[in-house]
Design a protein around this ligand. Structure first.
Ligand code: FE2
Ligand code: FE2
Length: 172
């Protein structure tokens, strides 16, 4: 939450506020994606989560370049959007009793997360462009956005693929 000494009164303040939240999310995701990779029993999904974990380490580095470009220290601001998704994950784990159901759920949780990240980067880019913050700020944000979009596409292809269809048929 913003404190009194930490008021959001301008577009620039808003940009930094959202950047700090994104920095928190990307940092948390490095661990969360590793956990999800270890929990799924489908090889393609495991590799997908592992690949995106590595890419997420790059996302963190690019955000550090953005902080540097605006002359600010990298700072994490906790966001309940991410904490809520993690709480949902814990709730699910407490109840799930089948590996394939976990695989299906993790795939959809992964897509949900990519949507959250994509929306976050679109919002940051809208603000950065309006504020005319320059390529040093927009290039890394665009690279991260592209990476999230291609991950979402890969997860979507998996969710529509023949392998998952046969799993769904088995569970019917
Ligand atoms: Fe990311
Ligand atoms: Fe992502």
């Amino acid at each position: 939450m913003a404190t009194e000494a930490d008021q959001i009164e301008s577009l620039r303040d808003l940009f930094e506020y959202e950047l700090e939240q994104m920095y928190y999310v990307e940092n948390q995701l490095v661990d969360a994606l590793g956990t999800m990779a270890s929990e799924v029993t489908n090889d393609k999904m495991r590799m997908g989560f592992e690949d995106h974990q590595e890419e997420t380490e790059r996302h963190v580095e690019r955000l550090e370049r953005v902080f540097d470009a605006i002359g600010a220290e990298p700072r994490m601001r906790e966001t309940q959007t991410f904490e809520g998704m993690m709480a949902d994950k814990e709730e699910f784990e407490a109840h799930v009793g089948d590996d394939d159901l976990r695989n299906i759920h993790h795939l959809s949780a992964g897509m949900k997360n990519e949507h959250v990240e994509i929306t976050g980067y679109q919002s940051l880019l809208t603000l950065a462009n309006k504020l005319d913050l320059g390529d040093e700020v927009t290039d890394p944000l665009e690279e991260n956005l592209d990476s999230e979009e291609s991950t979402l596409k890969e997860l979507k292809a998996m969710s529509e693929g023949s392998e998952l269809k046969s799993v769904l048929d088995r569970l019917l």
